[in-house]
Design a protein around this ligand. Structure first.
Ligand SMILES: [Fe+2]
Length: 399
């Protein structure tokens, strides 16, 4: 089945209740029909905190439900309609346009409602604060750094699932089941088509060569995408060699690290630099954007390290929360998201690579060609995050 999602409208929700969360209205088109997925009824699923059923409330309801059993089956049925059965609650750093269409297909297939709180920051802190009373079952985020951070904060629990283990390669999930990757993104090098020879840069290590002085731009070394890349270099070499490499990259910077990944490509298109490091899906996003497609057109994609360890990959992913009042439903959703249909939707919507290797990337992403990726488990790379962050400070990468 072919599925496409199109954003129709984006809304800023009640700032006071939601702390600045946004929701998106969109259409999902399949071979057989088109459906406007978010309607007024669906908006009610973006519950402010006070509307989420808390663990305490669930327990109270359970007591009432038990009482109902003793006084009549009819009352039990009516209580069933307000219990936490049939729901799963998600805290998400991922944007609504990416995951709401997939959650809605899950609800249609299983009857399990998905309530979602979207935020840009603070969800792990909120889980810590809520503790055992948290209503959240799952947390969705991008980057191994944030997933590892949630584990370190003690807000996740282990999941053992044959479905997840077979759909998700071992390098993209935690050996203990604390987190699972859902999508992959390659950390690419892009080079100016006009000012760089094809094949001049082939590896992350090449970025430190003196001949590229004044040509490179990156975002802040403190950003999680850079932290993971630096951690992977540490994992493949050692701290001393990695620091020498990072000093070499810094020495080649055309300007102080600034902006996001797309801003680096814009800078190449404007002639401010010739080489940048970016996540792969931003190429897809820029190519699909009227204003930004000229930025993307100005660069060529390099999949680094094809003749040795392969290109560094990161993930977006999910964890079951420590509290997880709807654990069974949550695991059903996790398994669904790793399956064919959800993986296909992810691939089409954000130009990421499906983590499930049975599913092909989008046509646009396929057009960039196949490549070898670094199979070193992300759990191993995550062990070097702190060292990577300290190294960025030590050499004053951003300074
Ligand atoms: Fe990103």
């Amino acid at each position: 089945m072919r599925i496409k999602a199109r954003i129709v409208r984006q809304l800023a929700m009640d700032q006071r209740a939601f702390g600045g969360f946004e929701t998106t209205e969109y259409e999902v088109t399949t071979d057989t029909h088109t459906k406007r997925v978010v309607d007024n009824k669906k908006y009610s699923h973006y519950y402010p905190r006070s509307h989420f059923p808390t663990r305490v409330n669930s327990m109270v309801r359970f007591s009432v439900k038990a009482l109902a059993v003793s006084i009549g089956a009819g009352l039990l049925i009516s209580m069933g309609s307000v219990s936490a059965d049939g729901t799963v609650n998600v805290y998400s750093y991922r944007q609504p346009f990416l995951i709401k269409p997939i959650f809605d297909v899950f609800t249609r297939e299983t009857g399990i409602e998905v309530n979602t709180v979207f935020a840009k920051t603070g969800l792990v802190e909120r889980l810590v604060e809520e503790g055992d009373n948290s209503p959240a079952d799952l947390i969705f985020t991008v980057d191994i750094g944030r997933l590892d951070g949630a584990v370190q904060a003690g807000v996740t629990q282990s999941v053992q699932s044959d479905v997840l283990d077979s759909n998700i390669p071992a390098e993209f999930r935690d050996p203990d089941g604390q987190w699972f990757g859902l999508t992959n993104r390659a950390r690419l090098i892009v080079t100016s088509k006009d000012r760089m020879e094809e094949g001049a840069i082939e590896t992350y290590e090449d970025l430190a060569k003196p001949e590229y002085a004044g040509k490179i731009s990156t975002r802040s070394g403190k950003h999680q995408y850079m932290t993971a890349l630096i951690a992977s270099v540490i994992a493949h070499t050692d701290e001393t060699q990695a620091e020498e490499w990072l000093r070499g990259v810094k020495a080649n910077l055309a300007r102080k690290p600034q902006g996001n990944d797309r801003a680096q490509v814009k800078a190449i298109s404007e002639g401010q630099c010739d080489i940048a490091i970016i996540n792969s899906y931003y190429m897809g996003a820029m190519m699909s954007d009227e204003e930004q497609s000229s930025w993307a057109d100005s660069v060529r994609i390099v999949f680094p390290n094809q003749n040795d360890r392969g290109t560094h990959m990161n993930i977006s992913g999910m964890s079951l929360t420590q509290a997880a009042p709807n654990k069974d439903n949550a695991i059903k959703l996790m398994e669904f998201l790793s399956g064919d249909l959800a993986q296909r939707m992810y691939a089409e919507q954000n130009h990421e690579y499906p983590v499930n290797k049975d599913i092909a990337p989008s046509g646009l992403v396929q057009s960039w060609g196949e490549f070898k990726y670094d199979p070193l488990p992300l759990a191993e790379i995550a062990r070097h995050r702190v060292t990577a962050t300290k190294m960025v400070d030590k050499i004053d990468y951003d300074g």
